[in-house]
Design a protein. Structure first.
Length: 256
């Protein structure tokens, strides 16, 4: 009888361990699929020969990024000198300029950084169709059909909710990190002395290369575009999704 109880106990224990391992595996698979979804919704915007910015697909043939990213990505040598000394260039001069980018499916696993990838030059081309210097946003229309996901917009943002961020941190491709909304709609002043709304996020690993990247909720919905960060305090600011919606409205762009 004791042997029977011992055998039953061992069978039950093995069953519990297997179920727990299966649940862990399912959890990992779900997380991997979610991150891959975010990766496929994210663009690598070529800023110059040594670095890149990030962008987010919002339509089959359109992605959003930060205005300051397209400034440097499309500026002439003379314009870069002006920008580097703090000068200003009219935002509408950037309309219709070409910009190079790549999508997630263009990259292989052994290409860890932009320097590895840049040698292959598998770049696509798009055109700047709308900008807003005040909210640091830009829209790019692509010239060809590409296979990717695109993000739906979040309707609500709540203080304390978990967020997900994908970008090319320090030009390391498709880096993922998590954070939390510390202030859902804060108004800050930009370089042209205008106040605009941002989502304030507490998150580590946000650095150069994340600019223009998306802030996503647990559903994978877009909440904002990365425009500013402070690594020392682990604080990042994302241009609010309302500003992106307004940029689309003012330019009569309808998302399907």
């Amino acid at each position: 009888m004791k042997k029977l109880f011992l055998i039953l106990y061992l069978l039950i224990s093995i069953s519990c361990v297997c179920n727990r391992n299966n649940k862990i595996q399912l959890s990992h698979n779900k997380k991997d699929k979610f991150i891959n979804y975010l990766n496929d919704s994210t663009v690598a915007v070529i800023k110059n020969n040594f670095s890149m910015c990030t962008g987010v697909w919002i339509k089959e043939d359109m992605f959003a990024t930060a205005y300051h990213c397209i400034q440097y990505a499309t500026a002439s040598a003379e314009e870069k000198i002006i920008l580097n000394i703090g000068g200003k260039i009219n935002e509408f001069q950037y309309i219709d300029r070409n910009i190079e980018f790549s999508i997630h499916r263009d990259f292989s696993f052994n290409e860890k950084s932009y320097k590895d990838y840049a040698l292959k030059r598998k770049f696509s081309s798009g055109k700047v169709i709308a900008v807003n210097e005040k909210t640091d946003l830009a829209l790019i229309h692509t010239k060809e059909f590409l296979l990717h996901n695109f993000a739906k917009f979040a309707n609500n943002i709540t203080k304390g909710e978990n967020v997900h961020i994908v970008g090319h941190t320090s030009s390391y491709l498709y880096s993922y990190t998590k954070g939390v909304v510390s202030y859902e709609k804060r108004f800050i002043k930009n370089d042209i002395d205008k106040y605009f709304p941002v989502v304030q996020v507490m998150a580590t690993s946000i650095y150069f290369g994340n600019s223009g990247g998306g802030l996503f909720n647990d559903k994978g919905e877009l909440m904002g575009i990365c425009i500013l960060f402070s690594p020392q305090e682990s604080i990042s600011f994302f241009s609010h999704i309302d500003s992106l919606k307004e940029l689309l409205r003012t330019n009569n762009i309808v998302l399907n």
